[in-house]
Design a protein around this ligand. Structure first.
Ligand SMILES: [Zn+2]
Length: 385
């Protein structure tokens, strides 16, 4: 029976095409997923992995499917290493992380085989009010724990040099401290909220008429970031260009980050101090993270052969009252059982760049598209920070 409440295996009995190559099967799955009612996807009746058993177009016609109903499923043509079907990583902004709430999350991820990117604040400064709170690497126990994470294969990235606005001198000291602690300079960075030394941040994230729209929407409050402005107190653009390879900018709702930003990692000639930018998928809190990583979204990421880089704060609700969030646990268990490539963000971005064979330089129209989609997403979400 075909319809709400039916058995999901109803879609599998049409024909058997076990001998088809994976690519052909994937095309068939795309076709089928486009034909099936959205409610089936949402209620979890459809498991594309099951559909991968195979269907062909003739059988779909025979079953009464109408091709005009086909919805376009976005696909990427990346072939992932080790025969993996998709890639997944996380950049964890360190806000609020302590020795109480951090280790349980990372032990869980490590046990499941995930190796992601944890960011740090290498130094603690006396001036300025922390915009969020959380432990810095000035705490020896915390620095020791982060170092052990690196030994296990986690990437350690930068989330600014400290938890508040830093001066150029503090940037110099912070980068040196990072080197001293981890044996190398950070390869990857994401700006921390409210820091005036953020690089190409606030209204500088967007260009042209979209900058005007952004300023109107934020009531002109998100201007005057200094990281890229030589001569200002917060200038560190030259250090960014010298030491850091990847910086995060746009965050989108779609689990398939690569489908939203197929150019990543990309260089933007209008923002020369950043070698390459990357995008991410929305998940700042445990609720948002779980929403993006829902079962059906995981299935779609796999079908599309995509790449997901989650933006999150693992200190924001993932571990509370002595236990991990149960929905998070179940979603990550499910994800870990799928044929994904679970590597740190820089490893994933390095692979994409090597796959392409060169550093991608984004065009004005491609950038316009990214900016427009990001602004629309932020407006829908109710914020533009
Ligand atoms: Zn932050």
């Amino acid at each position: 029976m075909w319809g709400a409440g039916c058995d999901r295996y109803a879609v599998l009995i049409i024909c058997d095409v076990d001998d088809l190559e994976f690519k052909t099967r994937r095309r068939a799955v795309r076709l089928l997923m486009g034909l099936l009612p959205t409610c089936w996807h949402e209620c979890g009746l459809i498991r594309p992995a099951d559909i991968l058993l195979g269907l062909d177009t003739r059988s779909l016609y025979a079953a009464g499917c109408r091709v005009q109903d086909l919805k376009k499923i976005k696909t990427n043509s990346i072939i992932w290493p080790e025969g993996r079907r998709f890639a997944f990583s996380v950049f964890d902004d360190t806000d609020g992380t302590t020795m109480q709430n951090g280790p349980p999350v990372y032990e869980f991820l490590s046990d499941l085989g995930f190796r992601i990117t944890k960011s740090v604040w290498p130094i603690q400064v006396k001036t300025g009010r922390p915009s969020m709170g959380g432990t810095t690497c000035a705490d020896p126990a915390y620095a020791g724990w982060v170092n052990r994470l690196q030994e296990q294969g986690f990437e350690i990235g930068l989330h600014s040099v400290t938890d508040t606005t830093a001066s150029r001198e503090e940037w110099l000291a912070g980068l040196d401290k990072f080197y001293e602690l981890f044996g190398h300079y950070p390869m990857i960075h994401a700006n921390h909220t409210g820091c005036r030394d953020s690089i190409y941040w606030g209204d500088q994230r967007v260009s042209g008429v979209r900058r005007c729209a952004y300023n109107l929407l934020t009531k002109f409050r998100n201007r005057d970031f200094q990281g890229h402005l030589p001569g200002t107190v917060g200038y560190w653009g030259d250090l960014c260009a010298r030491h850091i390879k990847y910086v995060r900018n746009f965050v989108y709702a779609d689990i398939n980050t690569l489908s939203e930003c197929p150019y990543m990692p990309y260089h933007d000639p209008d923002r020369p101090f950043v070698r390459s930018w990357f995008a991410s998928s929305e998940g700042p809190s445990v609720e948002a993270f779980n929403r993006t990583l829902s079962e059906i979204n995981q299935e779609r990421l796999e079908i599309e052969g995509g790449a997901c880089i989650m933006y999150t704060h693992f200190a924001n609700g993932f571990y509370e009252n002595g236990k991990l969030n149960s929905r998070f646990v179940s979603l990550m268990h499910r994800l870990s059982s799928r044929p994904g490539w679970f590597v740190p963000v820089s490893t994933l971005l390095d692979y994409l760049e090597a796959y392409r064979g060169h550093r991608y330089v984004i065009t004005t129209s491609e950038r316009r598209r990214l900016e427009r989609r990001w602004l629309m997403h932020k407006i829908r979400l109710g914020g533009t920070t």
